[in-house]
Write a protein that binds this ligand. Structure first.
Ligand code: SF4
Length: 68
C-alpha cells in the first residue's frame, strides 16, 4: 500500500521517503519539532528496498493497462 500511494502509481507524483534530500528546511517549520529527515530515513528502511523500483514500475504499467 505504501508503494502504491507514495510511489507515484496513482498520482504520478511520487512522495517516497527516500526522496528526502536532507536539506533540513522542514525542521524549523515543524510545530512539534519532529526530526523529519530522521523519521523519513526510518520509513525508508521499513518500507523501501531493492524491489521498490520494479514494483513501482509494474504498478504504473498495471494502471495504464487498467485505464485503457
Ligand atoms: S523532508 Fe525536510 S529535509 Fe527532507 S527534503 Fe523535505 S524539507 Fe528537506
Amino acid at each position: 500500500m505504501y508503494l502504491f500511494q507514495n510511489g507515484g502509481i496513482v498520482t504520478d507524483q511520487p512522495t517516497l521517503a527516500s526522496m528526502c534530500v536532507k536539506c533540513e528546511k522542514c525542521l524549523d517549520k515543524c510545530p512539534q519539532d519532529l526530526p523529519i529527515p530522521d523519521l523519513l530515513e526510518d520509513v525508508q528502511e521499513d518500507m523501501e528496498g531493492i524491489f521498490t523500483t520494479p514494483i513501482v514500475w509494474l504498478g504504473k504499467r498495471a494502471m495504464k493497462v487498467k485505464n485503457r
